[in-house]
Write a protein that binds this ligand. Structure first.
Ligand SMILES: [Zn+2]
Ligand SMILES: [Zn+2]
Ligand SMILES: [Zn+2]
Length: 328
């Protein structure tokens, strides 16, 4: 059952996908459903003896293309809609123990290609309004499978956070005739204290207004609306930026750091978003320290107001040092 219900108080859709309750939950490594299928072994999701990068449709999808009309009709105040969309799984490697941080720059470069390709393909579908590429990493984030993988949701609507960001960027464009993200990036470059890595075409920094202590945003230097618009050099440099940042994250506390990685870019339905949407990747590690996690509690969940106990200038300094250390 894939159904959307409208929350008129927050003016956003909530998606219901009841079959997801039966999801595989942290199976032992020898029964990983994302491993290659061994000859004579149990059949996994990938019926091959080895693979490089694989994309397939999620077995427990939050959205499906053929979702039927909801049983619940809702009301004028609280309408419902079919949960139509696409959910895909992207396997980064056939090596169960691998992480994005440990992968070669070359493999990450291939992954960038896959992401761009999926953005284009899913975005071309009539049902999809927004292509959301993301990764949940680590048990602290609630991942159900350890095998290195990310996900792609093709939402039938523009989800609230990107929508809010796009509206802010559109207002900024109207008021100043410039791109909000380009202006923010220029301020980060001019200040310099929160920059974690500066490559040829991408800059990674802890934003001035970070909501999480070790939050990092990776911005394309050129005002490109989506990952599909990046040229060869930019794609290579995005892979390099990730290959700098992620080992730095792992060097920070000396363990593989959990995080949520998300990509923000142009919606794919109709309207032109040039000069408003500006491709970037955002990382949200839940850790405040090596042992302590930041939990979203009263102020964050109920009021939407984040309270952070470390200044971005300080955490960026730590991260910059960790990135340097990881390079050695
Ligand atoms: Zn596995
Ligand atoms: Zn821009
Ligand atoms: Zn963003």
């Amino acid at each position: 059952m894939n159904e959307l219900r409208w929350d008129p108080t927050l003016r956003e859709w909530v998606a219901y996908a009841t079959h997801r309750q039966d999801r595989t939950f942290l199976p032992p490594a020898e029964y990983c459903p994302l491993d290659p299928t061994e000859p004579g072994g149990f059949p996994t999701e990938v019926p091959r003896e080895s693979y490089d990068i694989v994309v397939f449709e999620n077995k427990f999808p939050s959205f499906v293309l053929d979702a039927r009309e909801p049983d619940e009709p809702g009301s004028a105040l609280t309408p419902t809609a079919p949960g139509r969309g696409v959910t895909e799984v992207v396997l980064y490697s056939d090596d169960h123990g691998a992480t994005l941080a440990g992968m070669s720059e070359r493999r990450i470069r291939n992954l960038v290609e896959v992401w761009a390709d999926r953005y284009r393909e899913l975005g071309a579908r009539e049902e999809v309004a927004y292509v959301f590429i993301f990764e949940n990493k680590g048990e602290a984030i609630g991942v159900t499978l350890h095998h290195p993988h990310g996900q792609i949701y093709g939402y039938p609507f523009i989800p609230p956070r990107p929508k809010k960001e796009l509206e802010a960027a559109r207002d900024h464009r109207e008021a100043h005739d410039s791109c909000l993200h380009c202006d923010l990036l220029a301020e980060e470059h001019a200040d310099g204290r929160r920059i974690v890595h500066k490559g040829e075409h991408f800059t990674a920094f802890v934003p001035f207004y970070a909501h999480f202590p070790y939050e990092v945003h990776v911005y394309a230097r050129r005002c490109v609306p989506s990952i599909a618009g990046l040229d060869e050099d930019e794609r290579r440099d995005l892979a390099r930026a990730l290959k700098r940042l992620l080992p730095g994250y792992d060097a920070l506390f000396g363990f593989s750091l959990p995080y949520v990685m998300v990509m923000h870019q142009a919606p794919t339905g109709g309207r032109d978003h040039a000069g408003v949407a500006h491709f970037h990747v955002e990382f949200y590690p839940p850790n405040r320290t090596a042992e302590k996690l930041k939990y979203l509690a009263g102020s964050e969940v109920g009021a939407g107001a984040f309270i952070v106990d470390a200044l971005p200038e300080a955490t960026a300094t730590e991260l910059r040092e960790a990135v340097e250390e990881a390079k050695r």
